[in-house]
Design a protein around this ligand. Sequence first.
Ligand code: AHG
Ligand code: MN
Ligand code: MN
Length: 385
Amino acid sequence: MPLSKKRTLTQYLIEQRRRFPQASGELNALILDVSIACKAIARQVALGSLARVPESAAAGATNVQGEEQKPLDVISNEMLIRQSEWSGHVAGMASEEMEQPYQIPRPYARGKYLLVFDPLDGSSNIDVNVSVGTIFSILRAPDELVDTGRDAVEADFLQPGATQVAAGYAIYGPVTMLVLTVGDGVAGFTLDPDLGEFKLTHPDIRIPADTREFAINTSNSRFWEPPVKRYVDECLAGASGPRGKDFNMRWIASMVAEAHRILMRGGVFLYPRDSRMTAPPAPPAAGSSAPRSGNGHAAAETLNAGRLRLLYEANPIGFVVEQAGGRASTGRQPVLGVKPTALHQRIGLVLGSRHEVERIERYHAEPSAREAPAPLFAERSLFRD
Ligand code: AHG
Ligand code: MN
Ligand code: MN
């Protein structure tokens, strides 16, 4: 079989590094370690029910968010840790599946980067064989952490998304792809299963500024805030409504898959904050620990929050989207400008084709939009008497 002329991920990273003659190559090495973990996760995901599940990853546990951990959540988390901890490039890690930051074990050197990840996004879809993925974000460790070599603490990770050095995701679908930004546009790599190498197949991904496709979980519509209701109503009104064109809707319940579709052909994705999330939490029952809502939100975290997590979902995907010419917002401000306050903080997220996201931001900014009724979902129900 002749070797294809397409560049490998390693070649791409070496070329990117030439932009920074003083760079040591540590960032590249870390990204390559993450990519190896992603290949291992891809294999494990592809085995499906044939995979042997170690006892340590048995089903039934819950993570810090109160969500059920699937064995593959735990296995993927382990794979990312094992592949990244030994190299001396990382000062600490944080993950959706770990309540506290992971400390690099002492025999290993500690480096100048922080690695943050959602090991398996969309894992509620695993049993139904729908695309899932790994999301990662690389931050610089604070100087003082690097200088002292102390254990990484939560505060070290609380950096706005705009400070990310690199971010990306791997998607495990019919093909496995790695989509990456190191701050100079977005490149997509397809895993060549013969070579076991990621090959550069999508050298400069750009999100079209306009779209006719949106993605939102409409089962939450009764909880949406007025600007979101207005936006969706106008899309649904189609060619005869204020937008003057028909829209199509998609919802996969796997943000990696939604983001990937948007990167490939445009679209807008919304997981906005909603009234459940801004309502004050119910008082805990006597003797119980942190109360959880039915949606898996820890009540203490729900105030002004959204569904998705800022540090390992919204920020990395937001960075990729913005580097592809799209826009990522909370509805009220650019998501990459938000100063995080907690490791597992949630946030409302709107991202994708620039003109649509800007429109949604305008709706949030207009005082009149905040009072507007929501005819389609709030008033006109099939079941109203
Ligand atoms: P995770 O599987 O890492 O917990 O994330 C799932 C997220 C995201 O991928 C998706 O967009 C969203 O949850 C789906 O939410 P609904 O179940 O409310 O549709
Ligand atoms: Mn996720
Ligand atoms: Mn996850």
